[in-house]
Design a protein around this ligand. Structure first.
Ligand SMILES: Cc1ncc(COP(=O)(O)O)c(C=O)c1O
Length: 395
């Protein structure tokens, strides 16, 4: 992880947001990378933290974040998770279903300062992989606007005297076409305006989630951060007819992905016959346990040999060492003289890699190294040990 890059990226987003909105609230979606060293940097850069579980909230607290600057998401939060958040003075909880409103109401104590936000499903279908698309009506997240659930959720909260401050949506992830976020922002703002007309409820807070895409390969051309901020804030302002309230955004990937590079060591290089010729597999000392995204979404990446340059390139398939096909990166141009012991660097692996890593096949998770601002190299997560891998089990 490159600290200077991460800080610069957060500051670019923060400034772009500030130029476009009078009361901006930039959060970092910790699901993208919840390594404590990364959360500390995000907090130091002034980000609030979006946490999606008690574990992510605990990570934020351990990294030194102010709990009042954290907010809790989750489509199926447990009672104990909500209790932990409330007693540890979390800033906001984002409500996802009617049962959760009842649960919070039964746990509520008048000394709590936590505010509540209603997550809405605005009914927009973004252009992205189906597995990271969340804003359509057919979604497990939040309250539908179109079937009246959003309005009923607001009425229920108001009836129970809960401290509702506004509404939230997150329509999807890795969005290179931002029209879904623009539409999502406009729809929740329009909804908020209607709630004022119908119920006299004046919104103090809207959050349009995250989702801006990043450059995994040259084929990905994400929108410029300043243009993106202008687009989304304009949509919200126009639909709401005012901008005297706090607007939140909670990007993950677009803040942290490009600050990360994964290094693998090449092991065996093997050519096999295929129906059309041959395929050359390059096996590396990692795989779907440290980067499940290729297996989950077929995600492409930019892969290069680190160090020595060669003019002659061939086509290679980089495979992991796990007991699936575990083809990490297919049809990658790499030097023909690629050999055991070479180092491959995979770019743009700062988001949804370490946070999704597992011990599958009982491999220890890899370490994370921070190249710090002063040029030092600091280990911010060491490699798992076998002792800790087995510590929670008995034979
Ligand atoms: C509610 C919510 N907010 C924010 C994010 C962050 O999305 P991204 O990393 O694409 O910016 C996600 C991702 O799944 C999410 O579900």
């Amino acid at each position: 992880m490159d600290e200077a890059h991460l800080r610069a990226r957060i500051s670019e987003y923060r400034e772009a947001f500030k130029i476009n909105w009078p009361h901006p609230e930039l959060s970092f979606a910790t699901k993208a990378n919840s390594t404590l060293g990364v959360l500390r940097i995000a907090s130091e850069e002034g980000c609030h933290l979006d946490v999606a579980s008690e574990g992510e909230f605990r990570a934020a607290l351990l990294a030194g974040a102010d709990p009042s600057l954290c907010h809790l998401h989750g489509n199926n939060k447990s009672r104990s998770e909500i209790e932990f958040a409330l007693t540890n003075k979390i800033g906001k909880i984002v409500l996802d279903h009617f049962g959760e409103i009842d649960m919070i109401s039964s746990l509520w104590k008048k000394e709590y300062a936590t505010k509540l936000v209603i997550r809405l499903a605005p009914g927009v279908d973004p252009v992205t992989h189906a597995k990271i698309s969340t804003g359509q009506s057919d979604t497990k997240f939040g309250f539908n606007i179109t079937d009246g659930s959003g309005e009923r959720a607001l009425q229920k909260c108001l009836g129970l005297n809960l401290p509702i401050i506004g509404f939230h949506c997150h329509v999807g992830s890795q969005l290179l076409d931002p029209s879904a976020q623009e539409a999502g922002g406009a729809l929740i703002a329009e909804f908020a305006r209607q709630m004022e007309q119908l119920h006299g409820y004046r919104t103090q807070y809207l959050n349009v989630g995250g989702g801006l895409g990043v450059r995994y390969t040259d084929a990905d051309v994400p929108m410029d951060i300043l243009d993106y901020n202008r687009l989304v804030t304009t949509a919200v302002r126009n639909a709401m007819g005012r901008d005297d309230f706090t607007l939140g955004q909670e990007p993950g990937r677009s803040l942290v992905a490009e600050s990360g590079v994964t290094l693998y060591t090449v092991g065996v290089v093997k050519s096999v016959p295929t129906s059309t010729g041959t395929r050359t597999y390059v096996a590396v000392d990692g795989g779907l346990a440290d980067n499940p995204r290729p297996a989950l979404y077929g995600s492409p990446y930019t892969v290069e040999r680190a160090g020595s340059v060669s003019a002659n390139h061939g086509q290679f398939t980089v495979s992991g060492r796990h007991c699936e096909t575990d083809r990490l990166f297919e049809n990658i141009a790499l030097p023909n003289d690629l050999a055991e012991g070479d180092i491959l660097q995979v770019l743009c692996t700062g988001a949804y890699n370490s946070s999704m890593a597992s011990n599958y096949n009982r491999y220890p998770r890899p370490p994370v190294v921070l190249l710090s601002n002063g040029g030092d190299v600091r280990l911010i997560a060491r490699r798992d040990s076998y002792d800790e891998m087995f510590a929670r089990e008995t034979a």
